[in-house]
Write a protein that binds this ligand. Structure first.
Ligand SMILES: [Fe+2]
Length: 493
């Protein structure tokens, strides 16, 4: 139980006032509220308080000045500063001025409760946040209430707040989560176990810090009983065995996504309450990033499917181009893999392959579906389609990597292509790949003016255009892809 105290809350945000008043009252404290520093000083003149929670940024006497004045009139009164803009400099200044603690917005009630425990000086009254019977109570070193400790705590909070900022891959978020978890509690090992609902199993990524980021995929040994407990209780579970460890469930929209496990602390001993709270904060941050990532991926997939449907419809109107983009995408992806492109580059080529001719939507049917040879004026109009395609995907905001490949898929190695007349290595490498795949499919499928070429003849024809229209290196790899890598039977013609 908390020791009842009389607390002065100073904040100009009504929501924060109400939140703190309700929470502190629920803990049995008496609460008075002031909307700014001036009001707070007036209340302090009239009434006695056990502690003050003050916002840093307020009109009419800000928190820092209020702190200075309180320290002049009530030198022993504990003051906790609150801020939405934490920096090490501000924290140092507040602590130098005599603040006993420094907490950050958005407020977390467990953090507020811990800070109040410091006011009361009653650490023993802190209620364990974990009550699973097989788990030992949280214990550990004294709170980080000293200045160096506070700076360290802020620096850790900063690390957590920035942990997932630039990461856009789900797997990378899992890895970062495991890595930062080790970092902030000084542990040697951590893992993130992903629940695979389809196969009813747990996949586990185990990260060993200090071993050159050696990543090992292992089967989790987590038992069903523990899993059920975590799902039901939604709380961390501590193991204070010979090797102390902690497992924390990570939920997204009420569904258990996975479990963070951390163990093998460098400084032996149980996990402290501060460490548990930091790990919980990290997990919440990861869950938010993952949720955003899932949302992004789902929107991206819907948009891509819509565009693919559009291309399919566009091609279906002309029997000679039916399923052309689908085949080009397939050839180009296999070719990119053959040429040693990364997984990400292969994915870009797959998508660009599907969408490369989407700009033809802006060309009138009289030209697009014409079966006779095009006039030079008509050909000039057709040549605009890569630019229209680039503009279409550019405005959707999701295809920044694919747009230049779409724009340049008709450039020639010798500079005689369109729309920009780029030559040789000026042409993006992935566009050079797509160009070969596109040409091969055009040669091997029937056109109004000729029958499709057999594959081997088509490859010979491409060879004739090496160093003129195509990159020689790409042509050589493509022959290998068609003759050896892609089983002929699997190719849809
Ligand atoms: Fe094209």
């Amino acid at each position: 139980m908390e020791v009842p105290a009389k607390i002065l809350v100073v904040d100009d945000e009504l929501q924060i006032q109400l939140l703190l008043e309700e929470f502190l009252t629920s803990l049995g404290h008496t609460v008075r509220v002031a909307g700014d520093g001036e009001q707070a000083l007036q209340l302090l003149q009239r009434e006695a308080f056990d502690g003050v929670l003050a916002d840093l940024k307020m009109a009419n006497l800000g928190g820092m000045e209020l702190l200075r004045r309180i320290k002049l009139s009530h030198p022993t009164l504990p003051v906790i500063m609150i801020t939405g803009y934490p920096t090490v400099e501000v924290a140092v200044e507040a602590m130098k001025e005599g603040a006993v603690d420094f907490i950050t917005k958005p407020l977390r009630l467990d953090t507020v409760r811990l800070a109040l425990a410091r006011i009361a000086g009653n650490r023993s009254s802190r209620q364990s946040i974990i009550t699973q019977p097989s788990v030992a109570a949280i214990s550990g070193p004294p709170p980080l209430s000293t200045l160096p400790g506070k700076i360290k705590e802020l620096s850790i909070l900063y690390t957590i707040s920035e942990a997932f900022e630039t990461i856009t891959e789900t797997e990378a978020i899992f890895q970062r989560l495991a890595h930062v978890a080790c970092e902030i509690v000084g542990a040697q090992c951590s893992s993130f176990s992903i629940l695979d609902y389809e196969s009813d199993s747990i996949r586990s990524k185990t990260l060993k810090v200090g071993d050159e980021d050696y990543l090992l995929e292992v089967r989790s040994t987590m038992d069903v009983r523990t899993l059920n407990w975590l799902t039901k209780e939604r709380r961390p579970l501590l193991f204070n065995d010979e090797q102390p460890g902690i497992v924390i469930p990570v939920f997204i929209k009420n569904e258990l996504l996975g479990i963070l496990s951390v163990w093998d602390k460098q400084q032996q001993g149980a996990f402290t309450e501060e460490e548990v709270l930091l790990l919980l904060t990290l997990c919440r941050k990861a869950a938010l990033s993952l949720e955003n990532q899932f949302l992004y991926e789902s929107l991206y997939q819907s948009l891509l499917e819509t565009l693919k449907a559009l291309v399919t419809t566009l091609e279906a109107r002309d029997p000679y181009t039916r399923a052309h983009s689908q085949r080009v995408s397939r050839y180009a992806t296999a070719l990119a893999a053959k040429l040693g492109c990364s997984k990400e580059e292969q994915e870009i080529v797959t998508v660009a392959g599907f969408l490369h001719d989407i700009g033809k939507i802006g060309i009138c049917d009289a030209i697009l579906l014409k079966t006779e040879p095009l006039t030079s004026a008509e050909y000039e109009i057709i040549k605009v389609h890569p630019v229209i395609g680039e503009q279409i995907v550019q405005h959707l905001g999701y295809f920044s990597r694919e747009k230049s490949i779409i724009r340049h898929h008709h450039e020639w190695w010798d500079g005689r292509g369109y729309p920009d007349g780029l030559m040789r290595h000026q042409i993006p490498f992935l566009a050079r790949i797509l160009t070969v795949a596109d040409a091969f499919d055009a040669i091997t499928t029937n056109r109004p003016y000729r029958a499709g070429c057999p594959f081997r003849e088509a490859l010979d024809e491409l060879d004739c255009w090496a160093s003129i229209q195509f990159d020689t290196e790409v042509i050589a790899a493509f022959r290998h892809v068609i003759e050896i890598d892609l089983p002929r039977a699997a190719l849809t013609r």
